[in-house]
Each structure stands twice: as C-alpha cells, then as structure tokens.
Design a protein around this ligand. Structure first.
Ligand code: DAH
Length: 341
C-alpha cells in the first residue's frame, strides 16, 4: 500500500470512529489515537524518510490535509454532542410553574410562651406592669435583701450556681422585687417573668434552668385579703371559673405571714384523680405579705406601706394546663410535640 492509500484509509477509519463515538470521552480517545504524539498520522510522518525527496512536499501536504480534515470532523462532532447535551439538560431542568408549591412548616409557640402570655394577660388586665431583671445577679439581691440569711440551706452550692462569692445565677425571680422597690417609685404593681437556675439533676419535674413569674404589690393599706382576692381571681381566670383556692400556711424568709396556694383539681373538680394524686388539690404557687425587714432593706417605709408578693413556676403552669406529665418534653423542642399546642 502506498502512502496515499494509507492516508486515505486512516481518514476513513478516523471518520468511522468519530461517527460511532458515544460521548466526549470517546471522542478524545479518537483524537489521541490519530493526532496524538504516538498517533497514526504522526507515525506516517516518521515514515517520510522512505519517500523520494521530490515527493516529500506532496506527501507532507497530504498528511496535513488529513490532519486538518480529522480535526475539523472532530470539532464539528464535539460541538454537536455538546449542543445535544445542553438541550437534554435544559429539558430536564424545566420548571413546571403549574405544580402546587411545597408546603412551608410554620412555627408554633412553645407551651411555656403560651402559658406566660396567658398569665401576663390576666395580670395586665388587673393593672400590673411587666418588668424584667438580670439572670446573673448579686448575692445581695438574690439572698440578702430578701432576708435569706448567710447560713440558709438555699445558699448551699448544691442548690445555687455561684459565679464568684458575690455573684450567682439567680435562683428565683424574687430579686426583681428588691430592685423595683429600691427605685422608690410607689405604689408598685408588677409581675417579673424570667429564667432561674438551680443546681438540680434533670428529671420529670426538675431542670437546672426553668422559669418563674414573680408578683409584687406595694401600697398603703394592702392586706392579706388583697392577696387572697388577687390570687383567687388569677386561678379562676387561668383554670376556669369554678376553680377553688386553698391557702396553706408556709414559710418563706421574705414574707410574713407566708402561704402556699393550692387550686381545686380542674380535671376531676376535686373528687381525686391521677392528676392531683387523689387529693383533689394541686399546688401552684408560694406567696405572702412582704416582710417588714425586706421593705426596710429596700428603702420602703414599713410604717407607711405594706404589700404582698407571690412566685409561680411557669413550667408548672404549662404542664398543668396542657396535661403534660414530663417537664423534659418542654426542653427537647421536638416539633411533633410542639405542634400540638
Ligand atoms: N421565690 C420562691 C421560690 O423560688 C417563690 C416565692 C414564694 C416567691 C413566695 C414569692 C413569695 O414572692 O412571696 O420558691
């Protein structure tokens, strides 16, 4: 076979391989096989020394023609393949504007938030102001000004998170009482909701961080009757108009006298059930008349003013209202749980 015939054969073969290529990768393999350094056309050029010198320019031209032809054919095929790929992709990526939109999950208010808003609504309705105090608090406000003595068990490190000897994570919202009284703007009618901390293990009824709502009223001639009337109204609004209340004597260092308040079980109406552990009553808060010594330490004249205070656990209210029997559910924030409220 002479060189001309050989070149013709290479061209035809290359065309066939290009035509039967199934993708850009195969096409590239063809390019390497014919035009590459070790490709077939290069091999022909290397055989030039066997060609008669006068024929060399002609053969050279023929090899070049073959190269250009194969290159053009490759280029053409490549751009056709790329075009087809592009069209295929565009077809796949088409947006069907008639499809229904994907449903968005809307958020839910947390049971704690719902309960807090309910409590706030009730007290705002009775003319109370909502105030806040710091979560990192001086020992002075968290304990001393509330008449909690140096050796009180609540001050033990087992119960209180200490930042240093003077600063704690507040264990109750009661220090807000002292802060508001100190401002000296009387009378006072306020509630103070917020987060509190105690060094407790997590279980169904305990958490190292939970929420309380503090209440404080200071004015001339405030009596225990005002306290009872206020909390009875609160209980009726929160748990229903038939709710009864019971004031049990108790002790808190910052109130005198002090009481714990039970409400009649809203589930069994006092008959006794699993919910109230058979007693017909459920404990909901602590309260009392502000201790004269506390008034004095906070700059309020106990000869002219009296007042009452109370403290409610927010989680306790939320658990009762929604009949949840494990506090941990309130902190896990599982959307399937939260969705129910
Ligand atoms: N601070 C109390 C506690 O954490 C709750 C409390 C009881 C607050 C009686 C009060 C009160 O203001 O008068 O257990």
């Amino acid at each position: 076979m002479n060189i001309k015939e050989k070149l013709q054969e290479i061209r035809e073969e290359a065309e066939k391989r290009i035509q039967s290529s199934e993708g850009l990768e195969q096409l590239n393999e063809v390019r390497v096989a014919y035009l590459g350094k070790k490709g077939q056309l290069t091999a022909v050029l290397k055989g030039m020394k066997e060609v008669a010198p006068e024929e060399r320019p002609v053969v050279g031209q023929l090899v070049n023609d073959a190269r250009v032809h194969i290159e053009e054919f490759l280029e053409e095929t490549k751009s056709r393949m790329e075009q087809a790929l592009q069209e295929k992709r565009l077809k796949e990526e088409v947006i069907d504007v008639t499809l229904p939109a994907a449903k968005m999950e809307t958020g839910h208010r947390h049971p704690n938030t719902i309960a807090l808003e309910e409590v706030q609504r009730i007290f705002i309705g009775m003319g109370y102001e909502v105030v806040e105090g710091p979560e990192i608090e001086y020992d002075l406000y968290n304990f001393t000004k509330l008449n909690i003595p140096e050796d009180h068990p609540a001050k033990d490190e087992q119960d209180t998170f200490y930042i240093n000897k003077d600063i704690v994570l507040r264990t109750q919202t009661s220090p807000v009482q002292a802060r508001v009284m100190e401002k000296g703007e009387l009378p006072i009618r306020m509630i103070a909701p917020g987060r509190v901390f105690r060094s407790d293990e997590v279980d169904a009824t305990h958490s190292p961080s939970f929420h309380q709502i503090e209440g404080l009223v200071i004015d001339k001639n405030i009596t225990f009757a005002d306290l009872k009337g206020t909390l009875e109204e609160f209980a009726r609004q929160l748990f229903g108009p038939e709710t009864k209340t019971k004031f049990r004597p108790h002790h808190f260092p910052f109130t005198e006298p002090s009481a714990e308040v039970d409400v009649s079980c809203f589930k069994c109406k006092g008959a006794g059930c699993r919910f109230c552990k058979g007693s017909g009553w459920i404990e909901i808060l602590g309260c009392g008349m502000v201790h004269p010594h506390v008034l004095e330490m906070c700059g309020v004249d106990p000869e002219k003013y009296t007042g009452f205070a109370f403290g409610v656990g927010l989680e306790r209210i939320a658990l009762l209202k929604y009949e949840i029997d494990d506090m941990r559910l309130l902190y896990e924030n599982d959307i399937r749980f939260l969705k129910q409220f």
